[in-house]
Design a protein around this ligand. Structure first.
Ligand code: KG4
Ligand code: ZN
Length: 334
């Protein structure tokens, strides 16, 4: 068959999303319903509220994705779904919807790892060339992933404590900014200057691991001390100083990994890939190298089902199908 069409579903956190993808590269539709407004007043995602929203939204979102793509269930070659990691109650809604469709219409079911999805979001921009290196930065993950070939994932470095997005959100909360705080800090950072000295967590010289909890604590302590001295803090400068530390370490480690692994491409992935400062720093760092830097547009950086459909394509090609005992797995390994 010339064109393979996948319906993909993503419900791992606070976005209910369904997409229809052609040949793993073309988006026929990508519907995303965000619940951010419902979680904002709690300062973070409340798992039970997330599950309830997914239940209410899932059928409507799938219908909308099918309609926008102008396809029927009989056109589908597979239905793909995020099986983990994520919130178990949230994952289950997507997994069960996918199973029901696969069973009712007798089409193959494919389970996708959420991080594989973030990485393959880049395939919607550019064909992937292996070996490649991916910097995955989101609210739940901070990882450097080496891919020798399609479908093989080696985590060469990861965070030992907070994920980078988590650090952004916690610092933002301390500054009194709304959830999720990443975009607010990013915006303020561009209006401030790097006036506050903050640590860089390089860890052991040969390590590709990350650590952001010390930086987060340093920001909180600095704010506390400034307050005690009765001085005025310039929130833009705090944001600029924090962001400078984060970016210096992320880019520094990525650069060193690129020298060691000599990938053809460097992919940026995950919600924090929306960060303007990080995009700019990586772009200028890799401008003169022969490694191709691929960065997804903002809409494909944060959680969406199109990326799940892109990742599912290589599993469809290899016929790596799931059975009907597929379950949501909050701690799924890449
Ligand atoms: O990938 P994602 O949508 O969900 C997870 O799988 O975690 O990432 C969400 C994270 C949040 O922590 C949010 O604050 C962060 O991405 N984020 C940003 C920016 N936009 C979103 N962090 C820094 N700068 C941004 N512009
Ligand atoms: Zn994500």
């Amino acid at each position: 068959k010339a064109n393979e069409i996948i319906l993909a579903i993503e419900t791992s956190c606070d976005e209910t999303s369904a997409a229809v993808i052609e040949n793993g590269r073309t988006i026929l539709s990508n519907v995303v319903s965000s619940q951010i407004e419902s979680h904002k007043r709690f300062g973070g995602v409340v798992p039970e509220i997330a599950s309830r929203h997914h239940v209410e939204q899932i059928t409507l979102i799938i219908e909308q994705a099918m309609t926008e793509a102008n396809v029927t269930f009989s056109d589908l070659d597979a239905v793909a779904v995020t099986e983990g990691p994520g919130l178990v109650g949230a994952l289950l809604i997507g997994v069960n919807a996918a199973k029901a469709i696969a069973y009712a219409h007798d089409i193959p079911l494919i389970g996708v790892h959420h991080i594989a999805g973030h990485i393959y979001a880049n395939q919607l921009v550019q064909p992937l060339e292996f070996p490649l290196l991916a910097l995955v930065v989101s609210g739940g993950h901070t990882e450097l992933v080496y891919m020798q070939e399609d479908g093989s994932f080696e985590i060469i470095g990861e965070t030992r404590d907070d994920a980078v997005g988590e650090a952004y959100d916690k610092v933002a909360r301390t500054l009194g900014l709304p959830y999720p705080g990443g975009p607010h800090i990013d915006r303020l950072a561009h209006e401030g200057k790097e006036a506050i000295e903050l640590p860089r967590a390089w860890l052991e010289p040969d390590s590709y691991d990350f650590s952001f909890s010390g930086l987060k604590s340093a920001v909180i302590n600095t704010l506390h001390n400034v307050k005690q001295r009765g001085e005025e803090m310039i929130i833009e400068d705090v944001a600029a100083s924090f962001q400078a530390s984060v970016i210096e370490v992320l880019v520094g480690k990525t650069k060193r990994a690129a020298r060691q692994y000599e990938p053809k491409q460097l992919l940026l992935a995950g919600g924090v890939a929306a960060n303007k400062g990080l995009r700019k720093a990586l772009t200028s760092q890799f401008a003169k190298s022969n490694i191709e830097l691929v960065i997804p547009p903002l809409s494909l950086c944060t959680d969406n089902a199109a990326m799940i459909g892109a990742a599912a394509q290589s599993k469809l090609r290899k016929k790596q199908f799931a059975s009907f005992d597929l379950n949501g797995n909050p701690g799924l390994d890449l």
